[in-house]
Design a binder for this molecule. Structure first.
Ligand code: NAD
Length: 369
């Protein structure tokens, strides 16, 4: 079995889907691994480290991909990348097949066995393969550091010869994977941290990290452990209570999302106008439109003395650890079909009765093939 990895080409993407560590493990299993030179450079993994792990280094992406049975990537493949693959290649990564119809059609037309990892069921067994969680953890961490950097104040309480500094009040909107990591990070920096979410079970999770649960009187648990969209009345209630509360907050980090929908608009322009000058909002939901009405994806703006940042692809900003986690997630997923026995025999062992494969593969397969 040949596994191929080319350098990521999306602008600002520093991560890589294979690290020397995971490369070594795949090779130990009998696989051959071809890596484009420089593929790991932006995540601080050198060509030498891949060579030491047993990879064959090749000069360009075509050489890395055209012989591969399995191709690993982080960002969705471009049209050029898709052209470089042989028909029937297995493709694993964040493939977003539905966000670009040309990409979706190319995947289908070429009979690729595509595993968009964003479709992986979030079951206990899948946790070790869950790239959404591992990458959200890095994003939540970085979002708080950006907020600390933009804020014109300390996060911790300080007692100094120049008087006492009160700790910053930090509010985390949404307490999923990114939000909980944001709470933990803000807490470590010494801030007074509050969080809220519409899933009631998050109260205990927020409190276990030393945060305070902000009760906005709305409970909207949806399917599969996710939130559902709020009704108009629920949204009005949430906004009424939040508007009042935001007047006393120094920093807001937004992480709220509802699967398959644009980010819920939670912080309105009027609410921002009511915030104290010098306050900071970092909107991690900028990728899907933002939780704040003023968010401009990829930009930092100021409105009435309030800074609103909409950073994109924050996981890439922590490329070393984000790649280590991503690559381990991918290795664990690929291990479902690159088994010891099968890879020695030069074949892939897809068990379509395994829900992790059957529910992740795109397009959906109704019958085992
Ligand atoms: P996500 O990125 O879809 O959403 C982030 C958070 O925003 C969620 O907690 C959601 O409840 C919240 N939210 C949505 N609308 C909101 C609103 N109007 N106001 C406030 N908050 C709002 O979610 P995620 O972080 O990927 O995961 C969320 C859930 O999935 C968690 O319960 C997590 O434990 C669970 N999960 C389970 C597994 C697993 O068992 N393998 C893996 C990952 C996540």
């Amino acid at each position: 079995i040949t596994i191929g990895v080319a350098g990521e080409t999306a602008s600002g993407e520093r991560r890589v889907a294979l690290t020397p560590e995971t490369c070594r493990k795949l090779i130990a299993r009998g696989a051959r691994v071809r890596v484009q030179r420089g593929a790991g450079r932006q995540a601080a993994f050198t060509d030498e480290a891949y060579a030491d792990a047993g990879a064959e280094l090749v000069d360009d992406s075509t050489a890395a991909l055209h012989e591969a049975d399995v191709v690993l990537c982080v960002q969705p493949p471009t049209a050029t990348t898709l052209q470089q693959l042989r028909d029937g290649t297995t493709l694993v990564g964040l493939l977003a097949p539905q966000s670009d119809s040309a990409r979706g059609e190319a995947i289908t037309a070429r009979n690729l066995i595509a595993f968009p990892l964003e479709r992986l069921p979030r079951t206990t067994r899948a946790q070790a393969m869950d790239v959404l969680s591992s990458q959200a953890g890095m994003a939540g961490y970085k979002a708080v550091l950006i907020a600390a950097q933009l804020a014109p104040r300390f996060f911790p309480m300080l007692t100094t010869a120049a008087g006492t500094i009160r700790p910053s009040k930090v509010l985390i909107v949404g307490a999923g994977v990114a939000g909980l990591q944001a709470i933990a990070t803000a807490k470590r920096l010494g801030a007074q941290v509050e969080g809220f979410d519409v899933r009631p079970e998050t109260r205990e999770q927020i409190e276990s990290l030393g945060g305070k649960f902000l009760d906005l009187g709305v409970s909207a648990a949806g399917e599969g452990g996710y939130a559902r969209a709020l009704t108009d009345e629920e949204r009005a209630e949430q906004q009424r209570r939040l508007a009042e509360h935001l007047k006393g907050v120094d920093v807001v980090v937004c992480t709220a999302a509802v699967p398959g929908r644009p980010a819920p608009k939670i912080i309105t322009t009027t609410m921002v106008a009511g915030m104290k000058p010098g306050s900071v909002i970092v909107d991690l939901a900028a990728e899907t439109g933002g939780n704040c009405e003023l968010t401009r994806p990829g930009e930092t703006i100021e409105s009435g003395g309030v800074t609103v940042a909409g950073p994109l692809n924050l996981a890439s900003a922590g490329a070393v650890h984000a790649s280590e986690m991503y690559a381990r997630n991918v290795l664990n997923f690929v291990s479902l079909f690159v088994t010891d026995e099968a890879s020695k025999e030069g074949r892939l062992a897809f068990d379509w009765n395994d829900e992790l494969l059957a529910k992740t593969v795109w397009p959906e397969r109704t019958a085992p093939t």
